[in-house]
Design a protein around this ligand. Structure first.
Ligand code: HAM
Length: 415
């Protein structure tokens, strides 16, 4: 017999209760974005490789070593999207969306791909939920974005969740700062990890990301970008902070916050769940005021975030939606009962928006009742040869009822 096939390394199947939890997250997100006025958008799962090379940045880990890149049959280089912002910016330009009333606010969800070393919470195919607002540099958008993500995460029990916040300023102030930082790193190159030493000339800011003790000591004494912001960037950052303060949103200013993508300007933020270990980033984002132009579009500011679905779902749900509080019903069949009768009961209960499953595996009545308790049914409706009974297994009650309408009345109104 052929050997059983397995899902590729770093990927996973979503099955059973995990599927329900995912859908509940999707429902929450749907409602959240509708309230904040964000429209749902989809962009392709693969794009021209150049989009990510230009958008995410040639010196980033993502572009240098984590992309699933392939030539299509026409010889064009394509890449499975490692992130969603570049695709949204491309679509904004391609569809002339700068002519629409600004800002254009969209959200998305779906699979993303990074060739990373798989470990707990880190996959090669993972799902993101993301939001982008293009066409305004108003600080209220930065604050709105952060509050939206905070609200989404508040549905999950994450006692060790922290919001880290910083500003990266403009590319010009960052360039001047990078030179200053490079000089600092050159002076203390002997204390740095080999990896950082090899790469700091290209991207010195990434050295803040290192776990290496020597490098960390050097970085602790490094000049900080937050102290080098241009006045208008510092003012923008102060406004974002004031709006978050007014909203009662707690945060920590983290001058060492580095994001793994090159397009950021001004505000950057990240929610980390310290309960998750090494892969603690639950969601993050920031402003990218130069990205649309860099991709060939009109000069357009933008801000957004993305959150990792698998990392959110590692935490238990705090509250279960009303839809879930509905009673769940299992329709059991006694020997000699009519399948059509049972199916009619099921249809009537589902039409009343109850959660209903029925016996479909040929079990004995005893086996069916055992199964009903296994799937945690609140109510079992037993269809007999010529009668119906409603059982509440937890209360140990059972009563005969006249017809389907009475079953519905009992379950919906508690009569
Ligand atoms: P990112 O921080 O690279 O940002 O990814 C966002 C989230 O995706 C992370 O916080 C994490 O939860 C999840 N994630 C990333 N890589 C993996 C992985 N290998 N396995 C599981 N989860 C993962 C972005 O992607 C930006 N596009 C966010 C953004 C939108 N910035 C502005 N707009």
């Amino acid at each position: 017999m052929a050997r059983g096939l397995q899902a590729p390394r770093g990927t996973f199947d979503v099955l059973g209760e995990d599927g329900h939890r995912r859908r509940r997250l999707t429902d929450r997100v749907d409602f959240l974005f509708e309230r904040f006025g964000y429209a749902y958008a989809e962009t392709p799962v693969f794009e021209d490789t150049e989009l990510f090379a230009r958008g995410v940045g040639e010196t980033t880990d993502i572009v240098q070593k984590e992309m699933f890149t392939f030539d299509d049959l026409g010889g064009r280089s394509m890449t499975l999207r490692p992130e969603g912002t570049a695709g949204v910016c491309r679509a904004y330009t391609e569809h002339g969306m700068h002519k629409l009333p600004q800002p254009v606010k969209v959200w998305y969800q779906g699979p993303f791909f990074r060739y990373e070393a798989p470990q707990a919470g880190r996959f090669r195919q993972f799902a993101q939920i993301g939001a982008e607002a293009l066409g305004s540099d108003d600080p209220s958008l930065d604050a709105e974005m952060i509050l939206m993500l905070a609200e989404l995460l508040s549905a999950y029990d994450m006692p060790r969740l922290r919001l880290r916040l910083a500003s990266l300023g403009t590319p010009e102030s960052r360039r001047a700062y990078s030179d200053e930082l490079r000089a600092h790193l050159r002076e203390r190159a002997g204390e740095l990890s080999e990896d950082v030493r090899a790469r700091f000339e290209a991207n010195p800011l990434r050295a803040f990301d290192s776990d290496h003790p020597g490098t960390r000591a050097v970085m602790a004494e490094a000049p900080k970008l937050l102290d080098r912001l241009a006045p208008e960037d510092a003012e923008h950052f102060a406004e974002v902070r004031a709006l978050l303060d007014d909203a009662g949103q707690a945060y920590e200013i983290d001058p060492t916050l580095v994001r793994g993508l090159d397009y950021y300007t001004r505000t950057v933020f990240e929610f980390t769940n310290d309960a998750l270990g090494a892969q603690s980033g639950v969601g993050g984002g920031g402003r990218y005021d130069g990205l649309v132009k860099q991709l060939g579009g009109p000069p357009t500011p933008g801000v957004g975030w993305a959150a990792g679905v698998e990392r959110i779902l590692q935490a238990p749900e705090r509250e279960v939606d009303a839809g879930d509080a509905l009673e769940s019903v299992y329709v059991a069949r006694e020997e000699g009962s009519s399948l059509r009768r049972a199916f009619e009961v099921v249809r009537a209960l589902r039409a009343s928006r109850l959660r209903v499953e029925m016996e479909q595996a040929g079990r004995s009545l005893k086996g069916q009742l055992r199964h009903a308790s296994r799937i945690d049914a609140d109510v079992v409706v037993v269809v007999g040869a010529d009668e119906l009974r409603v059982r509440r297994p937890r209360a140990g009650e059972e009563r005969a009822v006249a017809d389907v309408d009475e079953v519905v009345a009992i379950l919906l109104d508690g009569r």
